[in-house]
Design a binder for this molecule. Structure first.
Ligand code: ARG
Length: 426
């Protein structure tokens, strides 16, 4: 009954945010100050027009128009961010099965994946690659209220060299299957960045080295030259877009950092010099250390190429070790999971692995919130429970700084002031 009311209210506030100025009061046991790690006790947050307008309201001031949400026994945190997602990918389709869905079918799968992610507590994602700019379409559909999902920062097609990790290499030449983002040489990549921006990309993704899931590429081998990477970064930054580089190999990682990327994805074989360079340049590392378990566990039965499984056996173990070294050295980190290879609602599971491999729970939660907002250059409006920021709020039943796994069972989800989930404290 109560939930029906909330959902109706949500739909109403999506449809008419400007005319509906009622406030939502949210009380809970505590709320996390994400920068200090302190818990604010007995907070009452007030949300108006999708924005947090107070952290210490008085429920006694609520009018009959207002909406009161009492989350007894729960703790509030900012909504989670995942900085490496493939929202339009179907995790049940691996290897050659990836050729089956059309781009349009993939976008509809994306709508379902987006809902799953949002209900798992992920309120913002960066989508690092989707053919046909399907992620841009989904981003806009979510913003327009047609479907529900996290706020999306979309890359559109990933840039990559001919035959590289970001190309499609499954079929022989007679099928002439080339990925939308393939571009070689400084001017071609510059043009591709411009084209992506033309069709709505918020962020530019490129493949600096080979990868695990692509046929015929070697993870350690650099694919773009430094000159090509510099051309991509120069054009993207000129246009106010951040850049994410897929890079597993030691040299490719360093070249990407030197070219000025904002984040290095995977960073599996990063060495001490690479870590030092990332720290010096303020480059974020987005190391997807959970996905290994899925690829080598459940994924192996779903048609992942034997070649990819073999690569994963070395990459996964090395990546976890290097994650630990990078954390110990003080590198800037965000949570990026590669959800899409595995089911999207499992994204928060990476948090406990980040703790297992050297982070404090607070560091892991910061990587999944305020650091990600910083990487997206959205720190003014996203990433913490602060007056003036978007009301992206989750609640869990207990203290996730004692038990990080609690974030795998989010009980309450609000995005932009709209409630999408409210479960009891069971
Ligand atoms: N998309 C990445 C690739 O194919 C996934 C790497 C997964 N493995 C890992 N240990 N992070 O290269």
């Amino acid at each position: 009954m109560r939930l029906t009311y909330l959902l109706l209210l949500s739909i109403f506030s999506v449809a008419a945010p400007a005319t509906f100025a009622a406030q939502t009061y949210i009380s809970a046991d505590s709320a996390l100050d994400i920068t200090s790690g302190e818990w604010i006790t007995d907070p009452v947050l007030i949300v108006e027009n999708g924005v947090i307008v107070s952290m210490n309201g008085d429920i006694g001031n609520a009018t009959s128009e207002d909406h009161i949400v009492e989350l007894q026994g729960m703790r509030l945190l900012p909504g989670l961010f995942d900085m490496h997602v493939h929202i339009t990918s179907d995790p049940s389709l691996q290897g050659y099965n990836r050729l089956r869905p059309s781009e349009l079918r993939s976008v509809l799968k994306g709508a379902s994946n987006a809902r799953d992610m949002l209900l798992a507590g992920v309120t913002t994602i960066r989508n690092l690659g989707a053919g046909g700019h399907g992620d841009v379409a989904l981003r806009d559909a979510i913003e327009d209220g047609d479907v529900i999902g996290p706020r999306i920062f979309a890359a559109g097609p990933s840039l990559g060299v001919t035959g590289g990790h970001c190309d499609n290499n499954l079929l022989p030449k007679r099928y002439e299957d080339t990925a939308a983002g393939v571009a070689d040489g400084p001017w071609e990549v510059t043009r591709k960045v411009r084209e992506n921006i033309k069709y709505g990309s918020d962020v530019i993704k490129f493949c600096a080295t080979g990868g695990v899931m692509s046929k015929g590429t070697k993870v350690g081998v650099q694919q773009y030259t430094l000159e090509e990477m510099q051309a991509i970064v120069t054009e993207a930054h000129r246009r106010g877009r951040t850049v994410a580089a897929h890079a597993h190999g030691t040299e490719g990682i360093k070249a990407a950092i030197e070219a000025g990327v904002d984040s290095v994805e995977h960073a599996s074989f990063i060495d001490d010099e690479g870590i030092a360079l990332a720290i010096k340049n303020g480059t974020y590392l987005s190391m997807d250390i959970y996905v290994t378990e899925y690829i080598l566990g459940r994924g192996a039965k779903l048609g992942i190429l034997e070649e990819s499984l073999a690569k994963e056996r070395t990459v996964g173990a090395q990546q976890r070790k290097n994650f630990q070294r990078a954390v110990a050295a003080g590198a800037k980190m965000v949570l990026g999971t590669d959800a899409g290879i595995f089911p999207h609602d499992e994204s928060p599971k990476q948090l406990s692995r980040m703790v297992q491999f050297g982070m404090t729970p607070l560091m892991a939660v910061q990587a999944a919130t305020i650091n990600a907002a910083d990487l997206l250059q959205q720190k003014e409006t996203l990433g913490s429970l602060t007056v003036g920021k978007s009301a992206d709020i989750i609640a869990v039943a207990g203290n996730p700084l004692d038990k990080i796994e609690l974030l795998e069972d989010v009980k309450f989800v609000m995005k932009d002031g709209v409630i999408y989930k409210q479960k009891g404290n069971d």
